[in-house]
Design a protein around this ligand. Structure first.
Ligand SMILES: [Zn+2]
Length: 138
């Protein structure tokens, strides 16, 4: 049992300690991440927090040359693009996140189905730095 609650802030609290959490529906068995009070499959509210292994495979990806404001502040631009992918966790749920350590200058070399493992990236100033989910090749 995880030390985290279903409150949405706890998703980021868990990332601070390199843990990826979600919820497990005790009625229908569905797993989702981030965690939710209401199961998106059966709409039941009998859910518990679970900690995932952080292992998954790449389902889809894109390389972004025109960054969001946050990613522009992190140093990304047309000359320094970044990869975002949809990852299928080994427990079932899917989540999108930045994919690190892949060849963004040759996106055709990034392979669907590649095994990935979670990591985190710290962003923001020293006073308000926050950990964000990312994945890297396993
Ligand atoms: Zn359910």
């Amino acid at each position: 049992m995880a030390d985290f609650s279903l409150n949405s802030n706890d998703f980021y609290k868990a990332l601070e300690t390199e843990q990826l959490i979600g919820s497990h529906c005790l009625d229908c068995g569905a797993m989702v991440t981030p965690q939710r009070h209401i199961c998106p499959k059966c709409l039941g509210s009998n859910t518990e927090v679970v900690t995932f292994s952080g292992k998954g495979t790449l389902l889809a990806y894109t390389v972004i040359f025109v960054p969001s404001l946050m990613m522009a502040h992190a140093g990304y631009d047309a000359k320094n693009p970044y990869c975002v992918g949809v990852v299928a966790l080994e427990e079932g749920p899917q989540i999108s996140a930045q994919i690190l350590n892949v060849d963004v200058s040759h996106p055709e070399n990034i392979k669907i189905g590649s095994p990935l493992t979670m990591t985190t990236i710290k962003r923001g100033g020293e006073d308000n730095s926050k950990s964000y989910l990312a994945f890297k090749p396993a």
